[in-house]
Write a protein that binds this ligand. Structure first.
Ligand code: SF4
Ligand code: SF4
Length: 252
């Protein structure tokens, strides 16, 4: 009998990151949207493929459409319709509601009533520093292994991560995988419900994500602040690599 913990999704929720672009750049953004996106926007075909695989699994989760800033994606309203095809009446939009264009689109979402607007994600005053500041402290950088999943994991409460790169069990797993280029996401939704895959992917993500690791003087000593966020060496290297690639792409 297997003795591994059961990390398969229990929350009955899926988070569609339709874009990792954002008009804000909040320090400690747990989708790292202060960086240039390393995963492209989702297409409507990506969303339909998610629906197809979810139906095969007889799984009809609540769907959260977010980003990044979802109102920057030109197809927000079409995504809402595709989400309603799988989970009618159980669709939410999480937006920062900051730009005028975002406010207008959210007004339309409220008026049409095809999705609920989450009021808690609205950042009327713009960028803010999120209180959880330990995301980018990779436990493995401090010799910590077997760091257990916590807050954002779909076995505990949040949704699975869906983006153009595939699926991850932790809601921020897609962003982590994308920025650190770990190739942990799967294109097969059923993998997330396989206990061995779930355990392996979770452990690999939690080895590099410090959520709930805590900030100690030891952690601070080995870290540096980048983009207003405290980062351990694993994250520093990834940010430098992404910024270098962007510089080369810009030809500057
Ligand atoms: S508004 Fe949200 S997605 Fe955008 S940078 Fe801030 S926390 Fe991240
Ligand atoms: S990857 Fe981070 S946020 Fe996700 S379950 Fe692991 S420690 Fe928690």
């Amino acid at each position: 009998m297997s003795t591994i913990p059961d990390y398969t999704p229990k929350s009955n929720e899926a988070e569609w990151h339709i874009t990792y672009r954002c008009d804000l750049a909040c320090p400690n953004c747990n989708r790292l949207c202060f960086l240039p996106p390393t995963t492209p926007d989702m297409t409507l075909d990506d969303a339909r493929e998610f629906n197809r695989q979810a139906r095969e699994l007889n799984w009809f989760p609540k769907i959260v459409i977010l980003g990044g800033e979802p109102t920057l994606h030109g197809n927000l309203f079409a995504f809402i319709e595709v989400a309603n095809e799988l989970s009618p009446g159980r669709v939410e939009v999480w937006s920062n509601g900051y730009r005028d264009a975002a406010k207008q689109q959210l007004a339309r979402v409220r008026e049409e009533g095809r999705a609920k607007v989450c009021e808690e994600t609205i950042k009327a005053d713009g960028c803010m520093v999120l209180p959880q500041a330990d995301f980018f402290l990779a436990p493995k950088d401090f010799g910590v292994i077997n760091h257990r999943p916590g807050h954002n994991h779909a076995a505990i409460g949040c949704g699975v991560s869906v983006d153009a790169g595939g699926y991850a069990i932790c809601s921020i797993g897609g962003a982590i995988d994308s920025v650190l280029d770990l190739k942990l996401r799967t294109k097969q939704l059923k993998d997330l419900f396989d206990p061995e895959f779930a355990h392996r992917q979770t452990c690999s993500l939690c080895d590099v994500c410090g959520r709930e690791l805590g900030i100690t003087s030891h952690h601070i000593a080995k870290s540096q602040v980048m983009h207003g966020s405290l980062m351990s060496p694993t994250w520093q290297a990834a940010v430098k690599r992404i910024e270098q690639r962007k510089k080369e792409g810009d030809g500057s």
